[in-house]
Design a protein around this ligand. Structure first.
Ligand SMILES: [Zn+2]
Length: 79
């Protein structure tokens, strides 16, 4: 049986009603619900980019930098 981490139980639980899905980034994932509390669970499986280990491989910190957004204040029709 597939196991996943249940956010509600805060424990690893068996997943029921599992369903394999492919995410936008072509990663395969498993959808299902917790066998205990039936909370929806989501488990990311190994994708084409390599196996997803317990370590966080991608070191991307979202801290301000490289976050450019056009501050375009569009005034709403004000007559
Ligand atoms: Zn649960």
């Amino acid at each position: 049986m597939v196991q996943g981490y249940c956010m509600k139980c805060k424990e690893k639980r068996d997943m029921v009603k599992t369903e394999e899905v492919t995410m936008k980034n072509m990663r395969k994932a498993m959808k299902g619900s917790c066998a205990k509390c039936s909370t929806k669970m989501f488990k990311i499986l190994a994708g084409p980019g390599g196996p997803t280990g317990p370590k966080k491989s991608s070191k991307k910190s979202k801290k301000g930098a490289a976050y450019k957004k056009k501050s375009k204040k569009s005034k709403k029709t004000q007559k």
